[in-house]
Design a protein around this ligand. Structure first.
Ligand SMILES: [Zn+2]
Length: 192
């Protein structure tokens, strides 16, 4: 098997090798809280439409709510994720990993509440009713492998938003192929 090369590295909570678009929507993690899981989401604005830059504007609190009726339903929401992976496979960092991004909401993982406190949130540009792009899986695997190296407590603690908030959330949705993702991620470990 061909060995994978890691395109990214992390230093002081910054993912190097990606575009930085800082979001103001973050605060401090609680004291003595280690990063120990990854939460995978999907988002598209408007729903099921891609590539228009509205997600980035939304996470920066710069979205013009008058542009689409759907935007009225999310008007004034202040949310974020650490990373956004576009349909092109481009990775964007919005929040430093050392800070607490606002992506999970009320949530629980293995009995531990408030996943925002101890997780890294990754948004895939996508929706619940369309497949994701293969370049998105590749970028996600590169990023998650890099995170696992830097924050070893993550190990295999990788969950969907719907896993940690099942009554409220459906993302990353039925089209997110967990077995494909885990297989690609495993190829890193085989080559070690
Ligand atoms: Zn979500």
């Amino acid at each position: 098997m061909q060995e994978k090369t890691q395109p990214f590295y992390i230093e002081n909570g910054v993912l190097h090798g990606v575009r930085q678009i800082p979001s103001p929507n973050f605060n401090q993690r609680p004291e003595n809280t280690d990063i120990q899981m990854v939460v995978i989401h999907n988002i598209s604005l408007p729903p099921s439409q891609f590539g228009q830059g509205y997600i980035e504007q939304f996470f920066q609190n710069q979205l013009d709510w008058t542009l689409h009726p759907y935007f009225q339903t999310i008007k004034g929401m202040e949310v974020s994720a650490h990373l956004l992976i576009l349909r092109t496979g481009e990775v964007i960092q919005l929040v430093n990993f050392n800070d607490r991004a606002w992506h999970a909401g009320r949530s629980n993982y293995l009995g531990l509440p408030e996943c925002n406190d101890y997780s890294i949130g990754i948004e895939l540009e996508g929706c619940d009713d369309l497949p994701f792009e293969s370049v998105q899986y590749q970028a996600l695997v590169d990023v998650v492998n890099c995170l696992q190296q830097t924050y070893p407590k993550i190990q295999h603690h990788i969950a969907g938003h719907s896993d940690i908030a099942p009554e409220r959330k459906t993302d990353p949705g039925p089209y997110f192929n967990w077995s494909h993702f885990r297989q690609l991620l495993g190829e890193y470990n085989i080559s070690k």
